[in-house]
Design a protein around this ligand. Structure first.
Ligand code: HEC
Length: 139
């Protein structure tokens, strides 16, 4: 009896510890892959350091725009047009839909920009991207 309590205690602590450790590890690996996606698909407009080009392409570094997870996923899947104000500056240009990126690539690139250059937002999983992708298009 005592022994089984001891074993389940050990089991529970191991599970708890691995649960506590795994999200940051996932995040780090996702960010590493996400950087590759960023350099290939986003850097030309938003620049390597995420600063964008003033008046043309908005920054993705230190923007509160990244707060809304679903909106972030939506921007990559559906693109973004019309006026946006990012860090107090107006932008009105076109970002094309990039729904040819798969769920993993979109999760990874968002994890990268959402946790680089002073940004710090929660981990996004490929399953969250899949959910947004399968939603019927608005308008
Ligand atoms: C062809 C240039 C171009 C490319 C490539 C591009 N974007 Fe954008 N992005 C823009 C423009 C322009 C806007 C603002 C559109 C508007 O005026 O509504 C924007 C807006 C955004 C926004 C919301 C506003 C902000 O700055 O926080 C995010 C987030 C974003 N892009 C991320 C990405 C990511 C991630 C990629 C790569 C997967 C990417 N973009 C690729 C041009 C681009």
């Amino acid at each position: 009896m005592k022994r089984s309590i001891l074993f389940s205690g050990i089991f529970l602590s191991v599970t708890a510890v691995s649960f506590l450790i795994s999200p940051p590890q996932n995040l780090q690996e996702s960010m590493k892959r996400g950087k590759e996606v960023y350099l290939l698909h986003c850097q030309n407009c938003h620049m390597e350091n995420g600063q964008g080009i003033e008046g043309v392409n908005p920054p993705v570094a230190k923007t509160t725009y990244l707060k809304d997870t679903k909106k972030n996923i939506g921007i990559i899947l559906n693109g973004q047009t019309g006026e946006v104000v990012v860090n107090g500056k107006k932008y009105n240009a076109i970002m094309n839909p990039m729904n040819y990126l798969d769920d993993q690539q979109i999760a990874d690139v968002l994890n990268y920009i959402r946790n680089s250059w002073g940004n710090k937002y929660p981990y996004i999983s490929p399953a969250q991207v899949k959910t947004e992708r399968e939603k019927p298009a608005k308008n």
